[in-house]
Write a protein that binds this ligand. Structure first.
Ligand SMILES: Nc1nc2c(c(=O)[nH]1)N[C@H]1C(S)=C(S)[C@@H](COP(=O)(O)OP(=O)(O)OC[C@H]3O[C@@H](n4cnc5c(=O)[nH]c(N)nc54)[C@H](O)[C@@H]3O)O[C@H]1N2
Ligand SMILES: Nc1nc2c(c(=O)[nH]1)N[C@H]1C(S)=C(S)[C@@H](COP(=O)(O)OP(=O)(O)OC[C@H]3O[C@@H](n4cnc5c(=O)[nH]c(N)nc54)[C@H](O)[C@@H]3O)O[C@H]1N2
Ligand code: SF4
Ligand SMILES: [Mo]
Length: 711
């Protein structure tokens, strides 16, 4: 028996784990790491199942090549040769624009995902770059980009010091937080209340977080921008604003929001005018307050407007970049993603629908169009890394139909699943315990400054490749190098760029792999002067202190000031205003996250199944009764139709129904998941509807109709 420590890489909470391994390297227990200064021993049910997940017998052990309908295990050399042939043929016949890449959610967690993303994108030489960003948080980047100039300037709620936390469209007691890494959210919220603070939740469902809060306001889906306009209107009309930052655009803001009085917005969002005004007054009166929002508003039709208004409220109440409000993390590794250049979207547009680029990416919502529509620039090959788009993308079933039209597809993924089954080649990464771990991205949104590195716990077998080596090889192949080129050639180039070619610095770097050398360089160049060696000496992580104000060094708008009313964003108020005159659909569909599940890939873990982890449609009992719904219902949208099990619950407001995503399993690659497959919620989401400013997909507030299942 031996003990090993590692950061949990399943969700965004960066909890420290303490694992016990038997002599045969099987994981016999997983507990929270009590010595981690940030997570202090906290662990959730998913983390506790880390061993089961890692040892899942359905994980692919060998590269796989598909011939017709049959999969063959092949050697790595054969697999890469196949990738080289497939991609080169597409480039030769159709040019580089025919290549596309998708970076899925886990690429935001893995070291390899961080290290090779830019080189792979640059080598691709195509505009067809897609990522989970446009089915998740792109509205936040666009909002920050126009407000502050820096799309990566993402402020996190200072939950440990705030006096009032307003949570809009997030459920951190089940999701454990997102764009806000705060291990043990439950304890942090308890502490908030214990010190006399207040928590308010705005959500169409009475979630676990809402039940814990002091106050919960039901809101009609996708009307949060109206609610927040009512809050801004009150703050300005009642002269409650206390702006402490250098801002432009306060007068414009006053003019733009004048019409959106609480009385004017109340009917559309379903919150009483008095409650809207009172929320504004409470935020202004609290010694400190933080407004925090996530998926419920990001993946909605007015995603960017809503993200913008959240920060506007934080700024107007004097709570931006100050303790107890929302603040910026100062991460230990050099922030290579900060360009210092003013942000703009639309540097190019998608071929078929003319959707604007954001952060160098095109919206996932238009990938199927680009694959299906003939003409110059049609996508003919897809490199999909850590993604399950058939279950995750809006109108996933359409992708299921069009992916077979590709000339070539390669996936880097541990599973044969609903998406990877369309690949010609699957390149499986090794087990998580065989990979070193450092959260390059999540550590930029921690609620305290903190850092932790986890070395690989188990060695690679002779016939395995690290995910880093897989990604490096792919990058080399895409850039036209022979498949036989060693990965180290690329790694040295990347590290050389970081060290500015300094041989002395390169000689001083330590690390067993490309990503570790890169990390060491970024730590040494980072603000705390740390190194990989120092992090190895502190295996439970290092607390780097509470967040401190740092907006001034981040702002890079052309004016050098915070732009409170950027025209690129406020222009979308016209589209929002039009909504006031429209007839509301009878039902709106929203999603929900489940405590013992994570997007599309945790349903294969036996220990996490059952209980509340079911793919059911939450319907208000009054609606279920009125429609005469039985155990199952037919639900229809502009995109598709499903038969779903009905779960009546008064935790959801009338006129709203909720279905979790990531279900709808099929095939033989995940034997546990397919025993209770659930349905694919993205059969109902419509890829033609996007948040126009960011191109982000819309998963919440989808108009649907419900009917009893005909007997
Ligand atoms: N209807 C609806 N749809 C949604 C959402 C919603 O709320 N509602 N949420 C959206 C959001 S926020 C997100 S982030 C996306 C996520 O959508 P995706 O980007 O598709 O991510 P996952 O569903 O998490 O799928 C992860 C894939 O990566 C594989 N994987 C797991 N670990 C590793 C690893 O270490 N390396 C590699 N290479 N692969 C790995 C898994 O097997 C799986 O195939 O879904 C979005 N889709
Ligand atoms: N257990 C678990 N944890 C996860 C994940 C998971 O799948 N399972 N996924 C991870 C990922 S990829 C992400 S991005 C994060 C997401 O983290 P969160 O955003 O905290 O996750 P959700 O549970 O989707 O919370 C969104 C909330 O918005 C509400 N909502 C829906 N529509 C609206 C609306 O129009 N207005 C308002 N105000 N609310 C609305 C929903 O009812 C829901 O409670 O979670 C991460 N953590
Ligand atoms: S909250 Fe997230 S990071 Fe923490 S143990 Fe659970 S899955 Fe892992
Ligand atoms: Mo996400």
């Amino acid at each position: 028996m031996r003990t090993a420590h590692r950061t949990c890489s399943i969700c965004d909470a960066v909890c420290g784990l303490r694992l016990t391994l038997a002599d045969d390297n099987r994981v016999t227990s997983v507990k929270g790491d009590p010595d981690d200064p940030f997570s202090q021993g906290y662990i959730c049910p998913k983390g506790a199942s880390f061993g089961q997940l890692d040892e899942d017998p359905d994980r692919l052990r060998h590269p796989m090549v598909r011939r017709g309908d049959t999969w063959h295990e092949v050697s790595w050399d054969e697999a890469f040769a196949e990738v080289e042939r497939g991609l080169n043929a597409v480039v030769a016949q159709h040019g580089r624009e025919a290549l596309s890449v998708y970076f899925g959610n886990p690429t935001f967690h893995t070291m390899a995902g961080f290290m090779y993303r830019v080189p792979l994108t640059q080598s691709l030489g195509s505009r067809n770059v897609y990522s989970a960003g446009t089915i998740d948080q792109m509205p936040k980047h666009v909002s920050s980009g126009y407000l502050f100039g820096d799309p990566m300037a993402i402020a996190v709620p200072d939950v440990d010091r705030t006096d009032h936390l307003l949570v809009i469209g997030a459920n951190p007691l089940e999701s454990h937080g997102s764009l806000c890494a705060a291990p043990d959210f439950p304890r942090r919220l308890k502490d908030l209340r214990r010190r006399g603070g207040k928590i308010t939740v705005v959500d169409p469902r009475r979630t676990r977080t809402a039940k814990f809060a002091d106050e919960h306001l039901f809101i009609r889906p996708s009307t949060d921008a109206f609610f927040l306009l009512g809050v801004v209107n009150t703050l300005l009309a009642e002269q409650l604003d206390t702006v402490t930052l250098d801002v432009n655009g306060l007068d414009e803001l006053r003019a733009l929001t004048a019409e959106f009085t609480p009385a004017a917005v109340s009917p559309i969002c379903g919150i009483a005018a008095d409650d809207i005004a009172r929320t504004a007054r409470e935020l202004a009166a609290a010694p400190t307050a933080a407004v925090y929002t996530r998926i419920g508003t990001c993946t909605s039709e007015f995603g960017t407007l809503t993200q913008w208004l959240v920060d506007v409220v934080n700024i107007l109440t004097g709570n931006f970049d100050s303790p107890g409000g929302v603040m910026f993390t100062r991460t230990a590794a050099l922030e290579v993603f900060r360009t210092g250049q003013a942000f703009t979207t639309g540097n190019f547009h998608s071929r078929v629908r003319g959707l604007p680029e954001a952060l160098g990416e095109l919206p996932v919502a238009t990938l199927a169009d680009e694959i299906e529509t003939p003409g110059k620039g049609q996508v003919k090959a897809l490199i999909s890394i850590a993604g399950n788009l058939v279950l995750s993308a809006p109108n996933g079933p359409r992708l299921d139909r069009v992916l077979p039209e590709l000339d070539f597809m390669v996936c880097v993924d541990p599973y044969l699943n609903e998406t990877t089954k369309h690949a010609n080649v699957i390149l499986p990464p090794p087990r998580m315990l065989q990979m070193p771990h450092y959260d390059f991205l999540l550590l930029t949104v921690t609620v305290r400054n903190y850092t932790r590195f986890s070395p690989a716990i188990l060695p690679l077998d002779d016939d395995q490749l690290s995910e880093a080596e897989i990604m490096a090889k792919l990058t080399l192949i895409v850039s036209g190098q022979p498949a036989s080129t060693p990965a180290s050639v690329l790694d040295e180039m990347i590290v050389g760029q970081l060290t500015g070619g300094s041989e002395e610095m390169r000689a001083g770097l330590t690390g067993d792999s490309g990503p570790e050398l890169m990390l060491d360089a970024m730590l040494q160049l980072g603000p705390y002067g740390l190194s990989l060696r120092k992090l190895r000496e502190n295996p439970h992580g290092i607390d780097l202190g509470p967040l401190e104000p740092r907006l001034k060094e981040l702002v890079c708008t052309p004016s050098g000031r915070v732009e409170l009313s950027p025209p690129e964003i406020t222009g979308d108020l016209t589209r929002l205003r039009a909504r006031l005159a429209e007839q509301a659909p009878e039902f709106l569909l929203i999603g929900r996250r489940q405590l013992r599940s994570n997007n599309s890939w945790l349903h294969n873990v036996p220990g996490l199944r059952g209980g509340s982890n079911q793919c059911t449609l939450h319907v208000n009992p009054a609606d279920a009764e009125r429609l005469g719904l039985g155990e199952q219902a037919v639900i229809r949208s502009s995109a598709g139709e499903l038969v779903v099990p009905v779960e009546p619950t008064d935790a959801i407001m009338p006129g709203v129904v909720s279905l979790p995503h990531g279900w709808g399993h099929s095939g033989r690659g995940q034997r546990v998941a397919t025993t209770e497959p659930g349905v694919n919620a993205n059969t109902l989401t419509d890829e033609r509807v996007v948040d126009v400013l960011s191109g982000n997909a819309v998963f919440n507030g989808v108009p649907v109709s419900l009917a009893p299942l005909p007997q």
